[in-house]
Design a binder for this molecule. Structure first.
Ligand code: MF3
Ligand code: CO
Length: 252
């Protein structure tokens, strides 16, 4: 069942989202060759606790860290490690913030030092594809409209859209129905209604979209070893249009 949220619940999720956004802005300042993703994870955990929030991912279905840190060919759910990030890497930091019971979920891909022009294009197209999806998150549209807009844009730029991991409803728990695929046909699927809160979180690959899971049971990589990027926002469907709860002061 899809749980519609009241204005007050959306306001609380926005507060969680704004804390998450400020945390991403702090991460952006710290990402540089030499820092490890475990250091970023520890920073995030402290930052959230200092601000009265909890990293909701830690312990979720046994996931051991506050953040997912997905470097280069890792699509999502990478474990933070002590290995220093290197010049030329790309890394996606994903987290879910729980502020007084209200959740928000946002991932952002970062360039470490100087990256190749192909990696730069992957980041730009992935980010733009997120906003193409968000544009479709309006009352009366269907879930398929979101995925279709993302897929058309990604494939026009010769990147592939990951199929195995999708966006989701979010509220008091991380994953609520409905699922939000980042591919598909326009005009299909459930109708979007006022009060739905969903994530849109496209993962785009340089090569083919197939993934493999490491022996840790979590880390998802591109099967062909090419780069993967991801941007994710939590969005409320409102009469005024899509409200980006994790917006970083309009930064795109
Ligand atoms: N933020 C992730 C998502 O978008 C949640 C990861 S699940 C976890 O769905 F187990 F890693 F926490
Ligand atoms: Co999510």
């Amino acid at each position: 069942m899809i749980l519609l949220k009241t204005k007050q619940e959306i306001e609380m999720m926005k507060q969680a989202g704004q804390l998450l956004a400020s945390c991403h802005k702090e991460i952006a300042k710290r990402i540089t060759p030499g820092i490890s993703t475990l250091e970023i994870d520890q920073f995030v955990e402290e930052y959230l606790h200092k601000n009265g929030a909890i990293p909701e991912q830690k312990g979720y279905k046994g996931y051991p860290y506050a953040t997912c840190a997905s470097v280069n060919d890792v699509i999502c759910h990478g474990f933070p490690t002590k290995k220093p990030l290197q010049d030329g890497d790309i890394v996606t930091i994903d987290m879910v913030v729980n502020l007084k019971g209200a959740l928000a979920d946002s991932a952002w891909s970062y360039a470490v030092g100087n990256i190749s022009s192909k990696a730069r294009r992957l980041l730009e197209v992935t980010k733009k594809s997120l906003y193409k999806g968000i544009e479709q998150a309006v009352i009366g549209n269907r879930i398929g409209d979101i995925g279709h807009a993302i897929q058309i844009y990604a494939e026009k730029h010769h990147f592939s859209v990951v199929r195995e991991f999708v966006g989701h409803g979010i509220g008091r728990v991380i994953h609520e129905p409905p699922q939000i695929p980042h591919f598909g046909a326009a005009g299909t699927g459930l109708c979007l209604k006022e009060g739905m809160v969903i994530t849109i979180e496209p993962m785009l690959n340089e090569g083919w979209y197939f993934s493999v899971i490491d022996s840790d049971g979590w880390t998802a990589r591109t099967a062909d070893g090419t780069l993967s990027a991801q941007y994710e926002h939590t969005i409320a469907i409102t009469k005024q249009g899509p409200l980006i709860l994790t917006d970083q002061d309009g930064k795109r």
